[in-house]
Structure formats: structure tokens, C-alpha cells
Design a binder for this molecule. Structure first.
Ligand SMILES: Nc1ncnc2c1ncn2[C@@H]1O[C@H](COP(=O)(O)OP(=O)(O)O)[C@@H](O)[C@H]1O
Ligand SMILES: [Mg+2]
Length: 686
């Protein structure tokens, strides 16, 4: 229903008793809609409306006060009331009813020193014949609770009622005025003015709810538009034989109706209850009905009927959503555990039962920290919770973390955990999604081990291919030792012995022996089966070591091997043996690719460059046969090889090592011919 326009000189905030509500305390609709809201409580609202309707048919004079108290009660505010524009052209307001903290100030006086000013004030105007005639309002004098959009919805609904009440009171007052003026008022008019019937008339016309008058025989004497619409009958049907309240009632509700009739006969009124009426088309409409007899012991009365279909639909939808949410939570593959602001478990799904070993009924109500958090983390958990309420921040909230959790049997296991805080109304809930990662962790560990084994096998095999080179490599310092030993002996045999020269020869021996020992150390490292070890690695040094291993191989095949190493390149973080294995594999592939060529320029180039700040690029380029376009996308697949003796594990191992180091490895064309393999590694943060 579109709201009538507020008139220009109708000021909302002016309707508040002076000093009660500063302008900034008035909350606007937009702001309310941004706030989390409690779910609608239709039952409470119905009860309030029924109480008001009953009050209206009882006594028009107290209806405004009842309304103020109803607002206080359903919105749980501190003060509530009704403001009306004076009838003299509506320039000023007066307050016919105030309830709550401001109540003692009804009718004037200063408010300020006694009552705290409004923290928040919710105002709703109401209208008669399209004209705003007043407002109803609620005030919070402290910040213990804030209004939400449910409060606004209820206030709007009560606003409609205020309009009915206003008209009822106004008509009574008018008639009283007329009676007084004429002095010769007929008794019947007085009867009408003060009697129940006039108020019933108002109620009927207001169409706030379905209203009809009836008699105990089952006849509906008169009904308003709202009621007719509810049951889909026309005005012309009223009073007809078909439209009897007894016939409108489905079989199953007849017994309940009889109880109500008995109450009516005994006490003149009945407790409102929920029932159904048939619509004209045979479908049913759920309603809340209440009725009174016009006079005790009489035969006629008035009844109201509140259409509950909207509410029931909303409730049904709400229930379905809740059911669905439950089903989703229960079928989740993760454990879903919720906890309240006090750290008490409030939800526990099926998977949580399986993961932790507590059933749902056992877990609910327990402290979260005592139930699933290992003792060593409990303190920081409780501290984190306190910190969150103080600052609104939580470093572990809203993201995935890996942590250890506790089973009922006391065992600890690794989990991935995501905690999200949720606020509904004034209360906080923390939902946690917890995944047991024991199996994936184990699988990861197994995979790592398998890769290490494979890498080791690959190293040993490569070393096997390099026996000649290795022998050559170790031979050089040994030959130097031999030669220097000979000359040392000769210098000592001189007469007199040339001690200086002999000492120099001994120095060369020591140097060569150290070199040999270093070579053997490095070779042993390559043969050893080590689990990976992260240290700071100087990639240039690794390249140089590798070259010494393949040096002999390149000479044998007349390959021109060159390096271009960027001096002062940053070191990387990783396993030295594994990185050497990568360079060795790539170099061996390059050598194998150029070895078969005759008379071509046979070149192998190894470079290190700083490609981007913080990134080291290593390239191994050859002028060999190059990569067939049709093989390009299979190079890194395990067991792909084009060599008769090949195994096809070199490149896949290289790639997995580089990726484990946080880098990337790829193949490209070399210009003008051959293949190039590049990898980048993140530089070590100093
Ligand atoms: N530098 C290169 N030039 C041309 N082809 C290469 C080069 N490096 C690797 N390949 C191709 O990739 C395949 C797989 O290499 P790799 O995984 O090291 O296994 P293998 O050397 O045992 O064949 C090789 O068989 C070859 O066809
Ligand atoms: Mg290979």
C-alpha cells in the first residue's frame, strides 16, 4: 500500500515530547535495513493485535494507553507512546498516551534531568483519510539493545491499528460533542455513541482484519471487505444460506468451535484460536479467530478473523530453509561445529561426530576448547576469543589454517580449519569447518618419499653414465699429487736439499689432496640417499660443480661448453644435491642431443641471469637436433623418451624438483638451432 505523502509542515521529530529525543537519535528505515534483524515473531504480534482489538471493543478511552504499552512490550524498548496533532489545524502535538520510562511525564513537565535522553528513537506516522494525524514511537534510553527492521515492521502494523483507534475515539468524541450541543439527544444516539456497536462499526470499516457479526445459529449477519476477500465470497452472498460460519468451517474444526461457543455462552467471550475456513472455491484459509457476544447471555456477537496464510507461508518457508540448512550441514564432508560467544558448542554435525568421537547430544553444551582443542592451544584459543570481542579482529578468522585437533580418545591429528564469526541480532556465533587432513598429509609425505627415491635412482644412473668423466675428474688431482710428490723427493735429494722448493711442492700436494677430497665428497653426496635438506644454495657454484662432472664427456664428443654466469647473483633456498641433479640432467640431455651430429658447430651453453628482481633464471641451451613439434607437449611426461637407451624420467624429475622449490621449468627453441631449457627459482630472501 503506497503511503500518503507527509505534509510539508508535518515534522516527524516534532512529534516527540520535548527533550526526549534529539534529532540524531531517530533511526531511519535505510539504516534499520542494514542491521541484522531478528526473525518475525508473528505469534507475539497476533497476541498484541488481539489484545488491542479486545481493548477497543471494551473501552475507547484507554485504547491509546493500551497501544503505548503494546509497543513497549513487543519492541522491548524503554519508552513508547502516541503523538497526535491538535485538532485545531494540527500545528502542535500532544501526547495522549506514554508508557515506560517517560510515562510519569505524560502531560508535561521537564524530562531532561530525570530520564536519560534517547539513544535511539523509532517513529512511524499514521494516517486517517490520507492525512497524517500523528505518530507512534518507541525509544531506547540506553544502548543495551538497538532497533531492527522487525521492530519497524511491527510498528508499521501497529500504526494501522492506531489509525483505527484514532477514528473510533474521534467518532465517540464527535458524537459526545453533538449530543452536548443539542442537549436533546435521543437515547438511542447516546447508546450508539458509547455502545459497543459504534466501535464495531469502526472496526468493520477499517478493514484492518476480517470482522463479521453473527448469531449462535450460524448466520453471518454482516461482514467487512477483508473478511469477504479472505473467504472469496461477494457482498451479495452475505446473509445467504450458504454463507454461514458453521458451513465455512471444515469438519475437523467443528468440535473446537463448539468449545468456543460454550465459552461464549458461559462468559460472553472466548480465547482466540487458530482454525481454518473454506473459501468459496473449496480451498482453505488458515485464520486466527476471536469473538465476543454483544451482551452476555445474548445470541448475537462480533468476531474477528486474521488471515494467517502469509504468516504460515513465511513460517513454512523459514522452516524449510532451516531444514535444508540442517541437511546441508549434516551431509557436509567437513565437520561443522558452531560455538557461541561464551565458547560453548551450539552445533555439531554428523561428520563432527565421526571425526571427534562425540555424538551431537554429548557435544552440545560442552566447552569447545575442552572438547576438540589440544591442551597446549587452549589458552590461546580463549585469549583469541576475548581479543575478538575487544577489537573485532581475529587473525585466525575467515581463512583456512592448518592446526592440530583432539579426538575424544585423546589422540591428536592434523586438520584444516576455517572459522567464520556470524552475528544474528545481538548474538555472535562462530562456525568452524574442520577437515581431517591426516590422509592427505600422509599421501603428500608418501609422494615426497617416492619422488626422492626416484630422484636418487636417476642420480645413480646418471653417475653410471658418467663413470669415465668422474674417473677423469678424480684423476686430475691424483696426477698432480703424484707429480708434486716426485719433485718434492727430487728437491730433497739435492745436496744441500732445496727445502724451499720441497715445501712448495708439499703445498701443491696438500692443495690437490684437498681438491680430490672435495670432489669425492660431492660425488658421495650425489650417490647418497638423502631426504631433502633446505639450505642457502649458490646456483653458480652448483653449475660449476656440474661442469666439472660433464667436462670429460664434452671433450670426448668435441663439444664446446661455455658458461655465462651472473656474478653476485642471489642465492636460492633449497636442496643443493637436487638442484645439481637438475642441471646435470639438462646438461646431459644437451650433450646427448649434440653428440650425434657431425661437423656442425657443437655447442652447449649454461647461463644464469637475474630475470626479474628476486628471480634467478638458469638456461641450458644446445645446438643439437632440437625438439620435434609433435613431442613438445610430452617431453615432461614420465617415461617419454626418443632414445634407444633412454628411460624418460630425467625431465619429469627435473620439473618436480624445480616446482618443489617454488619455481618453473620449461622447454623452448634455441636460435638458430637446437633446444633450450629454462628454469626460474625464487631468490632467497636475505
Ligand atoms: N636438449 C634436448 N634436445 C632435444 N630433445 C631433448 C632434449 N632434452 C630432452 N629431449 C627430449 O626429451 C626426451 C625426454 O628426456 P628425459 O626425460 O631426460 O629422458 P631421456 O633422456 O631418458 O630420454 C628425450 O628422449 C628427448 O626426446
Ligand atoms: Mg635425459
Amino acid at each position: 500500500m503506497p503511503e500518503p505523502e507527509l505534509e510539508k509542515d508535518f515534522s516527524l521529530e516534532g512529534s516527540m515530547p520535548e527533550g526526549a529525543a534529539p534529532l540524531e537519535s531517530i533511526v531511519c528505515t535505510e539504516e534499520l535495513h542494514r542491521r541484522p534483524s531478528r526473525p518475525p515473531d508473528f505469534e507475539k504480534e497476533n497476541r498484541a493485535l488481539v489484545a488491542l482489538v479486545t481493548a477497543l471493543s471494551d473501552s475507547a478511552s484507554t485504547i491509546f494507553q493500551t497501544l503505548a504499552e503494546t509497543i513497549l512490550n513487543v519492541t522491548k524498548c524503554d519508552s513508547a507512546g502516541l503523538s497526535l496533532l491538535t485538532p485545531d489545524g494540527g500545528k502542535r502535538y500532544y501526547w495522549p498516551a506514554i508508557a515506560g520510562m517517560l510515562a510519569p511525564h505524560l502531560g508535561g513537565g521537564t524530562l531532561m534531568p530525570v530520564v536519560p535522553a534517547a539513544e535511539e528513537c523509532l517513529l512511524v506516522p499514521f494516517y486517517v483519510d490520507g492525512k497524517a494525524v500523528g505518530t507512534i514511537w518507541g525509544i531506547m534510553h540506553s544502548d543495551r539493545r538497538r532497533f531492527d527492521s522487525e521492530d519497524e515492521r511491527i510498528l508499521n502494523s501497529l500504526g494501522q491499528f492506531a489509525s483505527v483507534a484514532y477514528r473510533t475515539v474521534a467518532s465517540v468524541d464527535n458524537l459526545k460533542v453533538q449530543i452536548a450541543a443539542r442537549e436533546t439527544a435521543e437515547a438511542e444516539l447516546r447508546e450508539r455513541a458509547t455502545g459497543l456497536e459504534a466501535r464495531v462499526r469502526r472496526l468493520i470499516d477499517a478493514n484492518l482484519m476480517g470482522i463479521f457479526t453473527w448469531n449462535l445459529e450460524g448466520r453471518i449477519v454482516e461482514a467487512n471487505e477483508t473478511f469477504l476477500k479472505m473467504v472469496q465470497w461477494g457482498r451479495e452472498d452475505v446473509g445467504s444460506a450458504g454463507m454461514r460460519w458453521t458451513d465455512l468451517t471444515p469438519e475437523q474444526w467443528r468440535a473446537r468451535d463448539e468449545l468456543a461457543v460454550a465459552d461464549l455462552k458461559a462468559a460472553g467471550a472466548m480465547q482466540p484460536y487458530r482454525k481454518e475456513y473454506f473459501r468459496k472455491d473449496g480451498s482453505r484459509v488458515p485464520v486466527l479467530v476471536g469473538a465476543t457476544l454483544f451482551e452476555e447471555g445474548g445470541n448475537d456477537g462480533v468476531a474477528f478473523a486474521l488471515d494467517l496464510s502469509e504468516q504460515e507461508r513465511a513460517e513454512e518457508a523459514f522452516r524449510r530453509v532451516e531444514e535444508q540448512a540442517r541437511a546441508i550441514v549434516d551431509s557436509a564432508l567437513d565437520a561443522v561445529v558452531a560455538m557461541d560467544a561464551e565458547g560453548i558448542i551450539t552445533d555439531w554435525n554428523k561428520q563432527a561426530e565421526e571425526t571427534f568421537g562425540w555424538t551431537r547430544p554429548e557435544a552440545l553444551g560442552r566447552r569447545m576448547s575442552d572438547t576438540i582443542i589440544p591442551a597446549q592451544y587452549r589458552l590461546s584459543h580463549e585469549r583469541g576469543l576475548k581479543h575478538f570481542f575487544k577489537t573485532g579482529e581475529g587473525p585466525v578468522l575467515n581463512r583456512r589454517i592448518e592446526i592440530t585437533a583432539l579426538r575424544r580418545d585423546g589422540t591428536e591429528f592434523p586438520v584444516e580449519l576455517a572459522i567464520t564469526p556470524l552475528k544474528s541480532g545481538d548474538t555472535w556465533t562462530f562456525s568452524s569447518f574442520i577437515r581431517d587432513i591426516t590422509a592427505p598429509r600422509q599421501a603428500q609425505e608418501d609422494l615426497r618419499k617416492a619422488q626422492a627415491e626416484l630422484a636418487h635412482v636417476n642420480r645413480v644412473m646418471t653417475m653410471g653414465e658418467l663413470t669415465a668423466s668422474i674417473a677423469h675428474e678424480v684423476n686430475q688431482p691424483l696426477a698432480a699429487i703424484l707429480a708434486s710428490g716426485d719433485s718434492c723427493t727430487a728437491w730433497l735429494g739435492n745436496e744441500p736439499p732445496n727445502l724451499d722448493r720441497a715445501r712448495a711442492a708439499l703445498g701443491r700436494i696438500t692443495q690437490a689432496a684437498t681438491q680430490a677430497s672435495e670432489i669425492v665428497q660431492r660425488l658421495r653426496a650425489l650417490f647418497r640417499k638423502t631426504t631433502s635438506l633446505t639450505t642457502s644454495v649458490d646456483v653458480n657454484a652448483v653449475i660449476e660443480d656440474t661442469i666439472s662432472l660433464v667436462h670429460h664427456e664434452t671433450q670426448r664428443h668435441n663439444i664446446f661448453l661455455r658458461t655465462e654466469l651472473t656474478r653476485g647473483a642471489p642465492s636460492v633456498s633449497g636442496d643443493r644435491v637436487q638442484l645439481q641433479q637438475v642441471i646435470l640432467n639438462l646438461a646431459m640431455n644437451g650433450i646427448e642431443s649434440v653428440a650425434g651430429l657431425d661437423n656442425e658447430p657443437k655447442r652447449l651453453m649454461i647461463r644464469s641471469t637475474l630475470s626479474n628482481p628476486g628471480e634467478l633464471l638458469v638456461s641450458v641451451e644446445d645446438t643439437g637436433v632440437g625438439i620435434d613439434a609433435e613431442h613438445a607437449d610430452r617431453l615432461f611426461a614420465p617415461f617419454f623418451t626418443t632414445k634407444p637407451q633412454g628411460i624418460g624420467m630425467g625431465l619429469p624429475i627435473c620439473r618436480s624438483i624445480i616446482e618443489a622449490h617454488g619455481g618453473r621449468l620449461w622447454a623452448a627453441k634455441n636460435e638458430p638451432r637446437g633446444a633450450a631449457f629454462h628454469f626460474i627459482l625464487p631468490a632467497r630472501a636475505e
